[in-house]
Design a binder for this molecule. Structure first.
Ligand SMILES: Cc1cc2nc3c(=O)[nH]c(=O)nc-3n(C[C@H](O)[C@H](O)[C@H](O)COP(=O)(O)OP(=O)(O)OC[C@H]3O[C@@H](n4cnc5c(N)ncnc54)[C@H](O)[C@@H]3O)c2cc1C
Length: 490
């Protein structure tokens, strides 16, 4: 790609300096390897050009201070030479966040993967950014504790990527997104200096809340090298209710009744429409009950008292039937609960396998506007001859609308783009927003001005300037920088 003049390039001398920091095993200029790491789960065919890093580096946790020290030295070098630096977790992102839009240095965190401490007195865990999310869940569970972050990609995603995206997932209605579990972050700033934001404390108004400015900043403000996560007591009992409905609208209209009439706060309320479920069933070669229903809700209830959980299960089940549910299935053992969640968690992957041309959206509207959003999606599909698969975290109004093209029309990209723009306009009018958890990255940046006004965009630019005066951290993402850079790159 054309190199914008304000960035420096990775010369053989830079590679040598990086090797001096990390050892030769920590640096790669292998073209195939770089190509494999220069992408995330947004397929390359969606970009107008291939994006490639110039060098790939792997800071490693060989000693407590060393890995952070390595990241610090890398940034100091990059900042001096104005070389772009893109942090990369597991590459499961759905916004092109880890794609190196301007080349430069791609920093993989896969070798900074240690759980450093499980502090049962302070109910928290300190980890490096490359720990897989599910490993954190398992380590906490072993100690009778709950780590509440639960993205559907948790078997693969890294905690650093979760924090940088403020990943959501299945338990947000009860516990909040990843950021709600973050107590403190060790961050390497653009000039290589190292600082801690927050600490092992539950309250802190000493200065700006930099912890939660970093959360969701997509690697544009600093590089996260350690994370202190809040843990909770692990609920002793849990059940999942699978509730089929004859229409999607009936399913969605039932959601607020759970709290209002049932007086229950579930851990999860997930929606899977018929088309989404059938993709997951095909993908897993499995079948869920009532799979011809227009939509299913998955409602997870949990608590420490078996009787209370049983009572809530009955209340929610009874209410669902009163509100038009076709049936209520209760999954209360490990294997039936796993089967249910496996199907739910496979929907995103299944759609990507069966459709080449799609727009995978991450829209959020006020919960009472979700039916309006889905009516608009239906109309859009008729207009543009597309299909839709809608699923997601309906409890918090975050719906993954997937616009799908079954045919292979020549101008699919243009059609999809038009349809997306119309969809975004509808979302805006409904009081909604562009992304609830997948982030802006490269994929959605052009649409930010539809949702954020000029003073906010300018404020973001100034915050970016304060943290990263030379604009080396994940350039091309999230923030509008200057016109020259925008035109030259992403
Ligand atoms: C099948 C599937 C299901 C998914 N389900 C969910 C879901 O339920 N909820 C949800 O929220 N998301 C979901 N996602 C999206 C994705 O998994 C999340 O965005 C996740 O947080 C990305 O983590 P990662 O480690 O793969 O990060 P990457 O994709 O590698 O990177 C994501 C961003 O984080 C930045 N970053 C990574 N490490 C650091 C660091 N140490 N310091 C600073 N910045 C860093 C990168 O630069 C990039 O901007 C799903 C994705 C897939 C493919």
């Amino acid at each position: 790609m054309k190199e914008p003049s304000r960035f420096g390039t990775v010369t053989p001398e830079v590679v040598e300096q990086l090797s001096a920091i990390l050892g030769t095993g920590g640096v790669s200029v292998d073209g195939e390897k770089i190509a494999a790491y220069s992408r995330d789960e947004v397929a390359e065919r969606f970009w107008d050009r291939p994006y490639r890093a110039e060098v790939l580096v792997f800071p490693e946790s060989t000693g407590h201070a060393e890995s952070t020290g390595h990241v610090s030295e890398i940034l100091r070098l990059a900042n001096e030479r104005r070389i772009p630096v893109t942090p990369r977790g597991a590459g499961t992102g759905l916004s092109g966040g880890a794609v190196p839009a301007f080349g430069g240095i791609l920093v993989s965190f896969e070798r900074m993967n240690r759980i450093l401490e499980l502090d049962t007195e302070n109910l928290c865990m300190t980890v490096e950014p490359g720990v897989i999310t599910a490993e954190i869940t398992r380590a906490a569970r072993k100690a009778g504790l709950l780590y509440a972050g639960d993205p559907c990609s948790g078997d693969a995603s890294f905690i650093g990527g979760n924090v940088a995206e403020n990943a959501g997932g299945n338990k947000v209605i009860k516990y909040g997104p990843t950021g709600s579990s973050v107590l403190a972050l060790e961050v390497v700033l653009a000039d290589g200096s190292v600082t801690w934001f927050g600490g092992k404390r539950r309250k802190d108004v000493t200065g700006y809340d930099f912890v939660h400015l970093m959360v969701g900043s997509e690697g544009t403000l600093g590089i996260i090298t350690k994370i202190v996560l809040k843990l909770l007591p692990l609920p002793a009992f849990g059940v999942d209710l699978l509730i089929p409905f004859p229409t999607v609208e009936a399913a969605i209209r039932f959601v607020p009744r759970i709290a209002l009439e049932g007086r229950v706060t579930p851990a999860s309320i997930e929606l899977v429409d018929h088309h989404s479920l059938s993709q997951a069933e095909k993908f897993l070669n499995t079948q869920l009950p009532f799979d011809q229903a227009a939509a299913h809700l998955i409602v997870q209830l949990e608590g420490n008292d078996r009787e209370v959980v049983a009572d809530e299960t009955e209340r929610v089940g009874k209410l669902a039937l009163e509100k038009g549910a076709l049936e209520v299935f209760v999954a209360d053992n490990r294997s039936s609960r796993d089967k249910l969640w496996k199907a739910r968690k496979s929907v995103a992957e299944a759609i990507m396998v069966y459709y080449q041309n799609y727009a995978k959206e991450d829209l959020v509207v006020p919960t009472d506007r979700v039916p309006d959003l889905l009516f608009a999606v239906d109309a859009l599909c008729r207009k543009w001859r597309m299909e839709a698969a809608n699923y997601g975290h309906v409890g918090d109004g975050n719906i993954h609308v997937n616009l799908l093209m079954a045919d292979d029309r020549p101008h699919w990209h243009e059609d999809m783009e038009q349809a997306r723009q119309e969809l975004y306009e509808t979302v805006r009018q409904l009081g909604g927003t562009l992304s609830g958890e997948h982030g802006i990255g490269l994929k959605r940046k052009a649409y930010l001005p539809q949702f954020l006004d000029a003073p906010q965009l300018e404020l973001m630019r100034r915050v970016k300037l304060a943290f990263d005066p030379n604009g080396i951290l994940n350039p091309g993402k999230l923030v509008f920088w200057d016109k020259k850079t925008e035109e030259a790159g992403a």
